[in-house]
Structures are given as structure tokens and as C-alpha cells.
Design a protein around this ligand. Structure first.
Ligand code: MRU
Length: 378
């Protein structure tokens, strides 16, 4: 997507093919800094500290991590056992987004079949690049499919602005291009639809206020940042026409893990009869589980992220302590929205009801036993 007229992605491989470049999203919107990842440890650090974040981007970054593991190994041969161990370390970096293990396993499944070191390195690089392109393509399709929903509302409203509420950042920064929740917004906006986006600030790390709002600014989409507890009020006053959010992991019957607070937005939407859509690529489905509340691992992060707020002061990014230093805090990073609160999924293959049958209808090729490529673990 464009930033100040220049096309950029949140991740790319530099020309030497030895360094993975990422936008350091912790510093946005006040500083635009590119970080270099050269080793598996760098990749794990960038995922854990959230230089990179958002389910599809975490997956792509970890895929490059497997490539860096192969590249960094010494000697004429690379043991598959070593690569699988490095893959396990990458998968443990953050627990909730399923894209992470999907991407690592996808690259591993290709490289363990190759014999020589050069072949393994070459195929790991190609696979990581392929995953990045595939995710970008999926987001493009999500945009086309979801734009139709926005256009229908616009027609019903006779061209008056369509008010869309979104939570966290499920934009191009979280993916590779277009985003998931934002892809339909960008596509409909390109088609000339009058759109206004309510951006939940998304405490504690403010991905909405810092990242989604920044994206909207650069794409020229009208938007307003609101505190996380404003959604219900806006909905009661018919100031929201639809909600679109992303997902970090969706079970095969449609329970959705997404950024903490998503569940409360879904409840308010249900109570007010407002459609609540989840936009996600197939890489965010976990085909192996059914019960989101009990089976999806929910990341708990450092309580200091709740206690301190970061922002610009005197031209520098600073952190300030909000409560008494001695007050304890808890930092659950995600919650699960049960399928019954989801109006429909917007995927690269089309739109489907949030039911096991609806999902299976769009993805008949995805078995409940998981991925064929997991064979190499046996
Ligand atoms: O903790 P984060 O910033 O990685 O959480 C991101 C989200 O919850 C997004 O909504 C989700 O990954 C969907 S991204 C397209």
C-alpha cells in the first residue's frame, strides 16, 4: 500500500537475500523505522515484542524465520531435526494466531524433502516469498468479496456514508497488502463508496489509534478514533452500519479469537441488530479444533503494557505510568467471540455463514484432521 506516495509492505527480503526488513510497528505513527532481522532469534524477538504483529504478518515473518534458520546453518548439510527445532521455537513466539504454525509448517514441509543444503535454503526462500504473495492475494480477494456488502448498504442508504466500526489493526500492516478487515473498506472506497470508519483505539497497545488510523489517513479514508467502550453507545444511536474485524484463529465451527475487546463489540452489535463480519484468509482457520473458548490458547502479555501508555511528548516517544506502580494489572491479549454472534465470514473464497456447514461449504478441501504437511513430524 502507499505511504506518502511510495509503495511499501510491512516486510520484505533485501537484495542480498540475507536480511529480512520489517517496519517496526511499535514506533508508528510517530516514527517510521525499518528493522533488520538476520537470525531466528531476531525473528522471535520481533514477533514477541511486536515490531511485527497481526496474524498473517506473524505467519509470513516466521516463514522467513525458517529460511534464516536454513541460511544461517553451517556445514555441507542441514539436519532436518535442527530445522524442525528452530520451527518449534518460532511457533512458540506467540500462541494465539494460528497463521504462525501454519506458515512454519508449510515451509518446513517443503524443505525437509530436499537433500542438499543449497536446495533447502533455496526452497525455504521461495516458500516464504510464495506465502507472502499468497497472503497478499487472499487479502485482495477478501476486499473484492467484502466490498459487495458495503456497496449494498450504501445503496440502501442512497449514497449516504456507510459507517463501519473496526477493532485493533487488521489492516495492511497486519497482513502484507490491503489487510483483512480493511480490505473491503479500501476496495469499496476505491469504487467511490462514501465510507466513514469508527476506529476503536484498542487498549492496551492502541493498534487502532496508532496503526489503523494511520493507515486510513494515508489512504484518505474518513475515520474517527473512539475509546474502546464507545461502540455500544454509537450502535444504540444507529451510528454504526456494520462491524468488520479480523481474526487470529477461527475454529472449524466458527468461534473467533481476535484482539481483546472484540467479544464485547460483537455482543453490542447483536443487541442492536448490527451485522458483525469477520474477515479472514484461510490461513487463520484452525481446522483441528471446534471449541474456541476452551481450545484456543489466549496469550497473556506483560502487565506493564496495561499500566503504561506510550505516546509522543516533546518530539520523542515516551511511556507514562497511569495507575499506582503497586497496583497489579492483567493483560489478556485476545478473546473469543462465539460463532453465534458472527453474521458471516468474508474470506478469499467468498462469504459464508459462521457455521461448520457454511465454512465446510467454502473449504471442502480442508480436513478436520489438519494439514497434510504435518506428515514430517511422524
Ligand atoms: O496483538 P496483535 O496486534 O498481533 O493483534 C492483532 C489482531 O488481533 C488482529 O485483529 C488480527 O491479527 C487480525 S489481522 C489481519
Amino acid at each position: 500500500m502507499k505511504v506518502n506516495g511510495r509503495n511499501i509492505r510491512p516486510i520484505w527480503l533485501d537484495d542480498s537475500l540475507k536480511i529480512v526488513k520489517v517496519i517496526d510497528q511499535r514506533r508508528l505513527p510517530h516514527e517510521f523505522v525499518i528493522a533488520d532481522l538476520r537470525t531466528v532469534d531476531d525473528v522471535i524477538d520481533a514477533i514477541q515484542k511486536m515490531y511485527v504483529r497481526g496474524a498473517p504478518l506473524i505467519g509470513v515473518t516466521a516463514a522467513y524465520g525458517v529460511y534464516l534458520a536454513a541460511l544461517g546453518s553451517v556445514g555441507g548439510n542441514i539436519e532436518n531435526g535442527y530445522l524442525i527445532k528452530e520451527g518449534e521455537r518460532l511457533k512458540a513466539a506467540r500462541p494465539t494466531a494460528v497463521n504462525l504454525s501454519w506458515a512454519v509448517d508449510t515451509v518446513l514441509s517443503e524443505i525437509v524433502k530436499r537433500e542438499s543444503r543449497d536446495e533447502k535454503v533455496d526452497i525455504a526462500c521461495k516458500e516464504a516469498e510464495r506465502i507472502a504473495e499468497t497472503e497478499a492475494e487472499r487479502c485482495c480477494r477478501i476486499g473484492e468479496n467484502g466490498a459487495e456488502l458495503i456497496e449494498k448498504i450504501s445503496l440502501r442508504k442512497k449514497g449516504r456514508p456507510v459507517n463501519i466500526l473496526t477493532h485493533c489493526n487488521a489492516g495492511w500492516l497486519a497482513c502484507i497488502e490491503y489487510g483483512t478487515a480493511t480490505a473491503p473498506i479500501y476496495a469499496a472506497f476505491q469504487n467511490g463508496i462514501d465510507i466513514h470508519v469508527w476506529v476503536d483505539e484498542t487498549r492496551p497497545l492502541n493498534q487502532g489509534a496508532r496503526l489503523t488510523a494511520w493507515e486510513m489517513l494515508h489512504q484518505g479514508v474518513k475515520h474517527t478514533i473512539i475509546t474502546d467502550n464507545t461502540a455500544g453507545h454509537l450502535m444504540q444511536h444507529r451510528m454504526v452500519d456494520m462491524v468488520i474485524v479480523g481474526s487470529d484463529r477461527t475454529t472449524r465451527n466458527g468461534d473467533v479469537a481476535n484482539k481483546i475487546g472484540t467479544y464485547l463489540v460483537a455482543l453490542a452489535a447483536k443487541d442492536n441488530g448490527i451485522p458483525f463480519y469477520v474477515a479472514l484468509p484461510s490461513s487463520s482457520f484452525d481446522w483441528t479444533i471446534k471449541d474456541g473458548i476452551n481450545e484456543i490458547p489466549i496469550e497473556e502479555r506483560d502487565p506493564d503494557e496495561v499500566k503504561y501508555v506510550q505516546g509522543l511528548n516533546d518530539g520523542r516517544i515516551r511511556s507514562v505510568l497511569v495507575p499506582s506502580a503497586d497496583s497489579p494489572a492483567a493483560n489478556f491479549a485476545f478473546d473469543v467471540t462465539p460463532a453465534r454472534l458472527v453474521t458471516a465470514f468474508i474470506t478469499e473464497r467468498g462469504i459464508c455463514p459462521a457455521t461448520e456447514a457454511g465454512i465446510r461449504n467454502l473449504f471442502p478441501d480442508k480436513g478436520s484432521s489438519g494439514f497434510e504437511q504435518l506428515d514430517f513430524y511422524r
